[in-house]
Design a protein around this ligand. Structure first.
Ligand code: OAD
Length: 243
């Protein structure tokens, strides 16, 4: 694709679809999606944690163990290879909390919704690496005694200010913005593609299904990220070899 081979500044936004082929369920698939099986209000809000911290802690523990059993897929690996081969500015913004981009080798990933593998203090908001062995659920912060919680963004919470600021800056200055595997329904992340487009970027969507972003996109590549991205990378490589 000509626009990608000439771009000097590329920005990527990924969502749950990029990890689907690793075996991590997406959120909104009608059958297998997380929100088809569980109610976000019971598990992914500060109120849910205040009401039933044991249930919330254990549910995130279950999701963490699921993620621990899977591997990055060809989509994650293609993005990491693309980044390391790209001569210009290349930014990867993700809504995913699974750390699979980093495990595939992507660097400087902007995590908009936190990371499920990290734990933080529910009172002081600081990341906690280790705490004394305990049977208590949730365990308590070794510094202040408040409950520990996963370092993810819950509904009703602000996104990390630095990550969101950087994501907005990079989206606003890229030549090409690529949305991969996101339903484009959850803001403020879902506002980044239109911001990029308004600032002059060429917008590409990679998704097997249409989304609210599709009409805005200049090009939609319909297919699974694990197939489309390696093919895209291969065609960019062969275009570079042309005289
Ligand atoms: P969704 O579950 O809303 O959307 C996943 C998208 O991936 C859908 O558009 C699918 O069509 C697409 N998809 C499925 N398989 C794919 C594949 N193999 N390759 C490419 N695309 C595929 O997930 P997100 O958009 O990431 O937030 O959801 C956004 C946020 O809502 C999440 O970060 C999470 C959730 O509630 C929080 O937890 C704060």
């Amino acid at each position: 694709m000509e626009v990608l081979s000439t771009a000097r500044n590329i920005c990527i936004l990924t969502g749950a679809g990029v990890s689907a082929e690793s075996g991590v369920p997406t959120f909104r698939d009608a059958q297998t999606g997380i929100w088809a099986q569980f109610r976000a209000e019971d598990l992914a809000t500060p109120e849910a944690f205040a009401r039933d911290p044991v249930r919330v802690w254990e549910w995130y523990g279950w999701r963490r163990s699921l993620i621990g059993q899977v591997e990055p897929n060809p989509a994650h690996r293609a993005l990491a290879e693309w980044q390391s081969a790209f001569p210009g500015e290349w930014t990867l913004i993700t809504q995913n909390v699974d750390g699979l981009h980093q495990r595939a080798g992507s660097a400087e990933v902007i995590e908009l919704h936190g990371n499920i593998l990290r734990t933080k203090c529910s009172s002081e908001d600081r990341v906690v690496e280790a705490w004394p062995e305990t049977d208590e659920v949730p365990p308590c912060c070794p510094h202040c005694g408040a409950f520990l919680r996963p370092d993810v963004v819950w509904f009703g919470e602000m996104l990390p200010v630095d990550a969101l600021g950087l994501a907005a800056e990079k989206s606003g200055s890229c030549d090409v913005f690529v949305c991969i595997g996101t339903s484009g329904l959850v803001y403020p992340a879902a506002g980044l593609p239109s911001h990029a487009k308004a600032m002059g970027a060429f917008l590409i969507e990679i998704n097997p299904d249409p989304t609210p972003l599709s009409d805005l996109a200049d090009t939609c590549l319909r297919g699974k990220a694990g197939l489309v991205l390696p093919e895209l990378l291969a065609s960019l490589r062969s275009a570079q070899k042309q005289p």
